[in-house]
Design a protein around this ligand. Structure first.
Ligand code: SF4
Length: 476
């Protein structure tokens, strides 16, 4: 059944690392809960984390994120350094100042972890309670972080879950544009690849054109364009920051940041000495984004934080190494790339999942690679069928990818995995463009295969740090 696709501005939201589902979502939940209890006579707060949030929450910064949200931080605008200072003060004083509310005794160690308890609705669950002087509940809400920074809570359907869009570096209105009040009608409703292709055939529009028409229901075209260019600017700023930072990533694994050294080396090397020089830069951009993410820095969820490096890296490739994209066409290419990637991402979000805790890394890195391949095929001049083929190829060869981060940190295998997947996405687009768009496996079939594979995958391979590399590589 045709459906209203998720907005590109929800799939590409600005947040902080290291995880969209374990950092961005919990911070949003904390902030929403604080606004629910603002003005109430709150004397104590209880926070319980369940499933994946509990098992890898320490490494993913979940505990600090939910508390920062309670203090009024929002992922799109929080200053990571100020947040860290506020959490230090909380640990020192044992006092939590609720946003626009009371100050209550609280430390991060008061958060109760239930790693073996999976609530039925989603593996990433958190329960927040506020109590009065007598210990009676003033509010009791269970939230779910359902991937990509999207949250929902009991009493709200997943389809109504949202991810805010804004940016601390640029004005929120520049990113998201002024949203026009809207009913749920878009000119080209779709929730599958087949419906998307049918919309292209009926309208004569490319996939980016269909996506633009749908976005135009809520924002004018100028706002869509400036919003997407701002999102790209945040991606570029993230890389610029990362290549100036050396040392080890936080968390105790002593993983050395490599982007700064590689950047210095690549800028000195002769671009003509190696036919795969472009690949080196793609690796660098992907890893720079994910090193910044692992540090808790500002990134664009694309469509998640763990997979945030793939789309910036492939877009960098398009803008740097595709001769057909001249400097004057650069902005158009960015807009078309992101609209196309967003259209494909909305299908994964609707029909499967972009949450590693739900379907493994195939849902995060696989979806991002598929989105990036589609975006690249579009700006390389692919037909809608070739673009759909590119998206399909990229996911087909990420099926079964497990989520097994060592130490529960979004570092190994995540950082290198983004670089590998970015190059896979480029290859997928190039393969699709060699064909005529006719192919055996449809995007919808591969999306459904990913969903089924994720459902069958053992829980230990779904962001719990209980299997795979997470148990076979000693933490020392
Ligand atoms: S392994 Fe993949 S899904 Fe899991 S945390 Fe890393 S990037 Fe995310």
């Amino acid at each position: 059944m045709a459906d209203v696709p998720v907005s590109v501005f929800d799939l590409f939201s600005v947040g902080v690392g290291p995880s969209s589902s374990h950092t961005v979502g919990p911070m949003r939940a904390g902030a929403e809960f604080a606004s629910l209890v603002a003005g109430l006579p709150v004397r104590s707060i209880a926070v319980d984390l369940y499933g994946s949030l509990a098992s890898t929450g320490q490494g993913h910064g979940t505990l600090g994120a939910v508390v920062a949200g309670l203090m009024g931080s929002h992922p799109e605008s929080v200053d990571p350094d100020q947040m860290s200072a506020a959490l230090d003060a909380l640990e020192r004083d044992g006092l939590l100042r609720l946003d626009a509310g009371a100050t209550v005794p609280f430390r991060l160690t008061d958060i109760v972890l239930h790693p073996l308890t999976m609530l039925p609705r989603h593996p990433n669950a958190m329960r927040l309670r506020a109590r009065d002087e007598a210990g009676a509940d003033l509010a009791d809400e269970t939230y779910y972080s359902i991937g990509g920074g999207f949250i929902t809570r009991d009493g709200i359907a997943d389809a109504d879950a949202g991810a805010d869009v804004a940016d601390a570096d640029v004005a929120a209105a520049d990113v998201a544009g002024a949203a026009i009040p809207v009913d749920d009608t878009v000119p080209f409703p779709f929730s599958s690849g087949a419906e998307l292709l049918a919309a292209c055939a009926a309208s004569g529009l490319p996939i980016s054109g269909v996506a633009l028409a749908n976005e135009s229901v809520t924002r004018d075209e100028r706002a869509i364009r400036s919003g997407l260019l701002c999102i790209h600017q945040v991606m570029e700023s993230c890389v610029d920051r990362s290549v100036r930072r050396a040392g080890c990533l936080p968390g105790g694994l002593d993983v050395r940041r490599r982007a700064a050294t590689w950047h210095e080396q690549l800028t000195r090397e002769d671009p003509d000495h190696d036919p795969l020089f472009a690949m080196e830069w793609v690796n660098l951009v992907a890893m720079a984004v994910n090193e910044e993410n692992a540090t808790g820095g500002r990134v664009v969820t694309a469509p998640t934080n763990g997979a945030a490096g793939i789309i910036p890296a492939v877009l960098y490739y398009a803008l740097t190494y595709v001769p057909a994209i001249t400097p004057t066409e650069r902005d158009d290419a960015v807009v078309r790339f992101l609209l196309t990637a967003g259209a494909i991402g909305s299908i994964y979000k609707e029909r499967a999942s972009i949450s590693g805790a739900e379907v493994g890394c195939q849902g995060e890195v696989g979806s991002a690679a598929s989105m990036a391949a589609a975006g690249l095929a579009e700006v390389l001049g692919g037909t809608p069928e070739q673009v759909e083929n590119a998206a399909e190829i990229a996911m087909e060869h990420n099926l079964g990818l497990t989520c097994d981060p060592i130490g529960g940190l979004v570092q190994i295998p995540c950082i290198e995995r983004n670089a590998i997947a970015a190059n896979k996405a480029i290859n997928a687009a190039r393969m699709a463009l060699r064909g005529d768009g006719v192919h055996h496996v449809s995007l919808d079939q591969v999306v459904e295969t990913m969903r089924q594979t994720g459902a069958d995958m053992s829980t230990k391979y779904k962001e719990t740090a209980m299997g795979g590399l997470a148990v076979n590589v000693p933490l020392c």
